[in-house]
Design a protein. Structure first.
Length: 388
């Protein structure tokens, strides 16, 4: 398997570019799922399940003997961002783009189907999982709570994410926390509007909104130690409308909070609730509070990390041990919270634009390496029929 045929490599590139051209955002991944179902169906999985947790798909390959189940997961969704590119395979849609490289991840995982169809695991089973709605942090949870996933009991779960800023095809690993926990927060304030010449006749939430930002930013400093790396980022604020004659009566402030551990995130959540209540009350405002897009921290199992590192070494890929966890989040944390597993990074090149940039395009050179990494991992845990 080390020397993949030229046709196979070219078919992976063609698939990746097709998926890139037709991106679909969270919960809308219908055509992407159909395209993958058509592809996977050609390579005789023992079970092909669709509609898991939305548009999720699982292709299952069983071995001859009983053994552990290894799940390899990728993501189906693109982003609601306009792609700015002159590439021939750029997005055909006005405001949707595969700018996180999930097109590449899907191709890497789909690329396992032709390999597994001719060399099934000796024992156990392999589950190729195409998960919907990763970008909003909802998909993993929905997949795991879907009854169609009920009889799939993975013993090990693996996924990778491409990482710009790291040498091309280097494998980035870390024991324990790999990616941070995070959550979005929307605070709506309600006072009373009035004529701008008579603000005393209403209740303008602007000062409270400003105080909220100030007090939030001190929470990590006041309530967490230096070891609990945590961050609160104001991402949006507004009071009223740009109308010079009106003193506004409503406002909204939004934050993203993130931390290396789920426990630190919970500490911040409690304190935030307390502060919002306190400030709103002091200004006689009513408020509404909403948490959105929650992501658990991705926590890697050391045994699984060892397997990843061994496979990377076998493939002569550079291995980079990340000293501190990544500040970004991935909903794969829902899987690692429940099952033994690990998420690893694959370098996308040091000069590549960052993920979610409007001109990000997954590097095709990584496709074969990603597929081989997963194939090696499966082989290391389950022994496939044909090795080289
Ligand atoms: Zn993303
Ligand atoms: Zn992503």
């Amino acid at each position: 398997m080390d020397n993949m045929t030229k046709d196979y490599k070219e078919s992976l590139i063609a698939m990746r570019r097709h998926l890139h051209q037709y991106p679909e955002t969270a919960h809308q991944e219908e055509k992407t799922a159909q395209y993958l179902l058509d592809f996977l169906g050609q390579f005789n999985p023992d079970n092909l399940i669709s509609g898991i947790g939305g548009h999720g798909i699982a292709a299952i390959y069983n071995g001859k003997n009983k053994g552990p189940a290894v799940l390899i997961r990728c993501e189906l969704d693109g982003l609601p961002i306009k792609e700015d590119s002159r590439l021939e395979h750029r997005s055909v849609y006005e405001n949707k783009g595969h700018l996180c490289g999930h097109d590449g991840h899907m191709t890497m995982v789909a690329g396992l189907a032709p390999l597994l169809s001719v060399s099934r695991p000796q024992s156990g089973s392999v589950i190729l999982l195409f998960q919907p709605a990763e970008e909003t942090g909802e998909g993993a949870d929905r997949v795991l709570s879907d009854e169609k996933f009920g009889h799939i009991q993975p013993d090990y779960v693996f996924a990778l994410h491409n990482l710009p800023g790291f040498p091309e095809s280097a494998v980035i690993t870390r024991n324990g926390v790999f990616a941070s926990a995070s959550k979005g927060l929307i605070i709506e304030l309600e006072g009373a509007s009035s004529h701008a010449g008579h603000p005393e006749g209403g209740n303008n939430p602007a000062v409270a909104a400003a105080q909220l930002v100030q007090s939030m930013l001190t929470i990590p400093q006041k309530h967490l130690s230096m070891h609990d790396a945590a961050l609160i980022t104001p991402i949006h604020m507004r009071v009223g409308q740009p109308a010079f004659g009106t003193s506004p009566g409503d406002g909204v402030v939004m934050f993203t909070i993130r931390a290396h551990s789920n426990a630190s995130l919970e500490t911040m959540e409690k304190e935030i609730l307390h502060q919002v209540k306190h400030i709103a009350r002091a200004h006689n405002l009513s408020y509404r509070f909403r948490w959105i897009e929650p992501f658990e921290a991705v926590v890697n199992d050391p045994g699984c990390v060892e397997v990843i590192e061994k496979c990377a070494a076998d493939l002569e890929l550079e291995v980079i041990h990340k000293e501190i966890p990544f500040p970004w989040s991935e909903d794969f944390g829902v899987f690692t919270n429940k099952y033994k597993g690990a998420l690893f990074g694959m370098g996308a090149g040091e000069k590549t634009p960052q993920l979610h940039n409007e001109n990000y395009d997954f590097p095709d050179q990584l496709l074969e390496k990603g597929t081989m990494m997963f194939y090696r991992i499966i082989d290391a845990l389950l022994n496939t029929d044909s090795k080289k």
